[in-house]
Design a protein around this ligand. Structure first.
Ligand SMILES: C[S@@+](CC[C@H](N)C(=O)[O-])C[C@H]1O[C@@H](n2cnc3c(N)ncnc32)[C@H](O)[C@@H]1O
Length: 341
């Protein structure tokens, strides 16, 4: 995640932002001359720039957002053959790197300031725009979900992915409002939510949690994360490093659970006295998640919720599957789009 700053133009000069925890996250990668590093969430290129600061290091920057990749062209030019940019989802990491041995992978999850601050992308309840929220241009938009989902599915999405305790009231209000007219703009949705969720003046905007939920659902962010971590396990070489910066508890819980499971040899139990044979595939480097210091938070309020975890790949064979348990139960997109009641 990153935020606006007048003094931090990077990667192509169009975006102005401060990458969060970049120095520390990239620090965990142990970047060295000749190494190959993946920036799975290229965004404005701040992390990639930090990787490329080591002479001789090579990087692949991935982003599902075409405009992020286009903006990165200037940095790729500066890097003189050390940077490849790929427009794709990071869940496809393995096919992107093919057989290359990867020394380090970093994920800086969520959306960028450029995405949030461009009203036409529809991520922000503060800027009126079409209710879109797609990071890539594909699949149903937030407006499609809000138009089609049944009340129960809407409530489940908002409760689970927004951790919104008024989810049922919000879902009911959405269904009532869309009978009168389609909900097509961010301002319209924010107004509907604000009528049923009453926040204290000093608290976050009442629509924050509903917008977060829809954004995560539209972009299937948690499945992407679980698949991205599993792909990282497959492509990292022995002693390769993984660093992940998460911005809310749903993301951080997935990262933490994945690393805990992958760093622990399965124990023997009373029912199965022989321990299962899969040895740990990661060694956790951060016993507790690292967080930004006060200076970074003062400079960049969006850094406040960031949590950084890092791990080192062992030489054990990657485990197959085993990511479904990382994900919360959610309605299926196909059911939601069918508009089941
Ligand atoms: C917080 S920003 C990254 C900022 C970046 N570290 C920097 O320093 O500028 C997150 C970026 O990841 C991209 N992204 C999110 N989920 C993705 C996914 N599943 N696959 C590829 N890119 C993704 C978003 O489009 C966004 O540009």
């Amino acid at each position: 995640m990153m935020t606006g700053s007048d003094s931090n133009a990077v990667a192509g000069g169009l975006a102005r932002h401060i990458p969060v925890l970049a120095r520390r996250a990239v620090g965990w990668l142990n970047v060295h001359d000749g190494g190959l590093y993946i920036d799975a969430t290229f965004g404005g290129g701040g992390y990639t720039r930090a990787i490329l600061a080591t002479p001789g290091a090579r990087a692949i920057g991935i982003d599902r957002d075409r405009s992020a990749i286009a903006r990165g062209a200037a940095l790729a030019g500066e890097a003189q053959g050390r940077l490849d940019l790929v427009e794709d989802r990071f869940s496809n990491l393995q096919s992107i790197v093919e057989d290359a041995a990867v020394d380090g992978i970093v994920f800086d999850l969520g959306v960028s300031s450029m995405q949030i601050d461009e009203a036409a992308r529809g991520f922000s309840f503060r800027l009126d725009g079409p209710l879109d929220m797609r990071m890539g241009g594909d699949g149903p938009s937030a407006a499609d979900i809000v138009a089609r989902a049944g009340e129960r599915d809407l409530a489940a999405i908002i409760a689970t992915l927004g951790e919104e305790k008024h989810a049922r009231s919000v879902a009911r209000a959405i269904v009532r409002a869309r009978r009168a007219q389609p909900i097509e703009s961010t301002a319209a949705l924010a107004d509907i939510v604000a009528r049923v969720v009453h926040a204290r003046p000093d608290a976050i905007h009442p629509a924050t949690r509903t917008f977060q939920a829809l954004r995560i659902f539209v972009n299937d962010e948690l499945t992407e994360l679980a698949r991205g971590l599993a792909a990282a396990e497959r492509v990292l070489k022995s002693s390769g490093r993984l660093a992940v910066v998460a911005f809310h508890s749903l993301e951080d819980r997935i990262v933490k659970t994945f690393l805990t499971e992958r760093s622990r040899a399965p124990a023997a139990s009373r029912h199965r006295p022989e321990p299962a044979s899969a040895p740990p595939t990661f060694r956790v480097l951060t016993r507790r998640p690292e967080t930004p210091d006060e200076a970074e938070i003062a400079d960049n309020p969006r850094a406040r919720s960031a949590k950084l975890r890092a791990a080192e790949r062992t030489d054990a064979e990657a485990r197959s599957g085993g990511i479904e348990n990382l994900l919360p139960r959610l309605p299926l997109l196909a059911d939601v789009m069918r508009g089941r009641p």
